[in-house]
Design a protein around this ligand. Sequence first.
Ligand code: 6PG
Length: 231
Amino acid sequence: MRGLNRKVIRSENFAEDAAKFIVKIAQQSLAERGRFRIALSGGNTPRPIYSRLATENLPWDKTVFTFGDERCVPPDDEQSNYKMANETLFQPAHVPKSSILRMRGELEPQKSASEYEEQLTICGQQGNESIYRHDLILLGLGEDGHTASLFPATAALQEAKRMVVANFVPKLNSWRLTFTFPLINAARQVCFLAKANKNPELIEKVLVGDQKYPAARVKPMDGHLTWILGE
Ligand code: 6PG
């Protein structure tokens, strides 16, 4: 495994800098492979970034949007990560539905996770890949050091083979759908997007690799890890 290639960017123009970072990787991916595979993170932090990204003139028909995780709710539920991305990015940018792989949170969790994994497997096989490789996976950082829906002390942390699983989160008393570490760490680029002042101590602990925090276990095997911290 090559040494981890990691960069930390501290930004006074969070939405602008993050959007430009995404555009740069998109252009590189499109030039090299004729497509751009990006996984969106949920929560609130990415909202202004997605709104700014929507103003970019990228070939959305050559882009494949996936989701790093999803709540087990319908797509029109306030909790839905898809709903947030649809309002801030897909609708404003007129992203074609064919470019969006939505996790169907409205289905029974295991069924939805298997369905999504099957979709990624088929797309990966079309590219002769043993595992679906994202060009970029966006991730957030939760207060407890979770990322995607890989929460501390939950079963999904141990998943070493599957790409997408249903994960019961006791502290939320709810199921989530989430990428696993094997899928995340197969990406060419992973980028954490976080507000620097939200929990600076946690960010430092994750950056030094404290494995107590799931976010610290994100190590792209053959890729690059970037943190963009909004000051
Ligand atoms: C989710 C996210 C989750 C999120 C962090 C940070 O579905 O909630 O994927 O991992 O990125 O909890 O959330 P905020 O950006 O709202 O702080």
